[in-house]
Design a binder for this molecule. Structure first.
Ligand code: SF4
Ligand code: SF4
Length: 215
């Protein structure tokens, strides 16, 4: 019973802390001292009211709704190679991919079409976690309801595509880290250091050019 009372007092202390903090943060926001410089930034703390939909609170970078496919700016190259990993790891199996084929009938490393059944997707983000090419990412858009009844909400490749710039705007830290990792992977590897006492191999001598023909 004593323990129960201690937990109740502790809980009331936490609630009181939030109550006081909401006023402290409110004053700080008014003075432009809080996160977001007076607005309700994604990292803002304290309790505040948003007059939605006129006002919108920015969502945190890791907020996730539905997956989108990325194409690179300015080339327009779709990053997806149709490897199928995302479709394999998707728990409710709501992704399916049609691989592109060349005129010779050989399979190409890109999708002809790409479908996601969005009313089955459970927003887990595993497809984005496992994609080896940073080609599928979780989007922030959540106002997706409409006034029509559809038997299925199936999005195709054209509907799913967004630019790398759009992705970077909503996910600046993740996009910068992924870009740095890709640049590191693409950079030429430094040659192995030579152990002390070992004579490094001599580079091959270029072939001697043939003598010029007499005029
Ligand atoms: S989105 Fe990524 S994991 Fe899925 S098929 Fe394309 S490249 Fe593979
Ligand atoms: S977010 Fe999860 S459920 Fe939705 S498509 Fe990706 S893996 Fe499947």
């Amino acid at each position: 019973m004593k323990m129960f009372g201690a937990f109740v007092i502790r809980g009331m202390g936490i609630t009181l802390g939030h109550f006081v903090n909401s006023y402290v943060q409110g004053v700080k926001r008014k003075l432009g001292m809080a996160n977001g410089n007076g607005t309700h930034g994604a990292d803002a703390s304290g309790i505040f009211t948003i007059q939605y939909p006129e006002q919108r609170a920015p969502v945190p970078e890791k907020f996730r709704v539905l997956p989108v496919l990325i194409y690179d700016e300015p080339t327009g190259d779709v990053r997806c190679t149709s490897c199928g990993i995302c479709a394999k790891v998707c728990p409710p199996q709501c992704i399916w991919i049609v691989q592109a084929k060349g005129e010779d009938g050989k399979i190409k490393n890109k999708p002809e079409d790409f479908f996601i059944e969005t009313n089955v997707c459970m927003n887990c983000g595993l497809c984005a976690e496992y994609c080896p090419f940073d080609a599928i990412k979780m989007d922030h858009r959540f106002e997706l309801s409409d006034t029509t009844r559809k038997p299925q909400e199936v999005q195709n490749l054209q509907n799913l595509l967004v630019s790398s710039e759009y992705y970077a705007q909503g996910h600046p830290r993740a996009a910068a880290a992924e870009e740095a990792a890709r640049a590191k992977k693409a950079a030429p590897k430094p040659s192995a250091p030579v152990a002390p006492g070992v004579i490094p191999p001599t580079p091959p001598t270029p072939p001697t050019p043939p003598p010029a023909a007499a005029a």
